[in-house]
Design a protein around this ligand. Structure first.
Ligand SMILES: [Zn+2]
Length: 217
């Protein structure tokens, strides 16, 4: 829920008993809307395993049966995590991957005259920035991040950010309820399928990662 223009400040969640997905509904979506949702599936695959990631990246996403299989796996994965940690005290925080930076980008794009940014688009950029932080903090393999970024940019355009935007972006992250004092709470990856939550990151590390994002081709 959004409050005073800030993303995710108030949250109240109930778990569903079942999830029904009508695959034909996807036909009614614009490509941009479809990609908006697909971003979370990409995130789930990155969090789940090398196997899930290679299934997703090798899939023919124009094939409905293939999409159905990918969606099933994605929902299963999320359900497994959420069931294991219903009160969001631990494991469930891994689902925040890409979202600390992603939410800040969403808020930032709302408060400036930049074009409207969809949640999934913000999360894709957020995942890239957080992969860079994962490289610095946890030794995530840079070649692997290059491959992931190449895959992401095959679907999603890179966002236009100015160096001057970074101060405000980091300031917005400070208002996130997860972040305390001079430390920012991130979910990072040591490898594909190996997320770690409650990672303390300092502002200069975020700034460096944002600069790397800006320098991407
Ligand atoms: Zn999300």
């Amino acid at each position: 829920m959004d409050l005073d223009g800030l993303k995710n400040q108030v949250g109240l969640f109930y778990e569903p008993r079942a999830v029904f997905i009508d695959i034909d509904f996807l036909d009614t979506l614009s490509k941009r809307e479809w990609l908006n949702g697909y971003a979370e599936m990409i995130k789930h695959a990155l969090l789940e395993s090398v196997d899930a990631w290679s299934e997703l990246t090798n899939a023919t996403i124009t094939d409905k049966a293939v999409i159905q299989q990918l969606l099933y796996r994605s929902v299963q994965f999320k359900s497994k995590i959420v069931t294991a940690d219903a009160s969001e005290k631990g494991l469930r925080k891994i689902l925040n991957f890409g979202h600390t930076v992603g939410h800040a980008l969403e808020t930032f794009f709302l408060e400036t005259d930049k074009p409207h940014l969809k949640h999934g688009e913000a999360v894709v950029a957020g995942m890239i920035v957080e992969l860079f932080i994962s490289e610095t903090k946890l030794g995530f393999n840079p070649e692997t991040s290059q491959k992931i970024i190449g895959f992401l940019h095959g679907f999603y355009p890179k966002l236009n950010l100015e160096k001057a935007d970074f101060i405000r972006l980091i300031e917005i992250m400070k208002t996130d309820k997860k972040n305390r004092g001079s430390e920012y709470n991130f979910t990072l990856l040591t490898d594909i399928g190996k997320p770690v939550y409650d990672q303390s990151v300092l502002a200069p590390d975020i700034d460096t990662a944002l600069k790397r994002y800006r320098m991407l081709e």
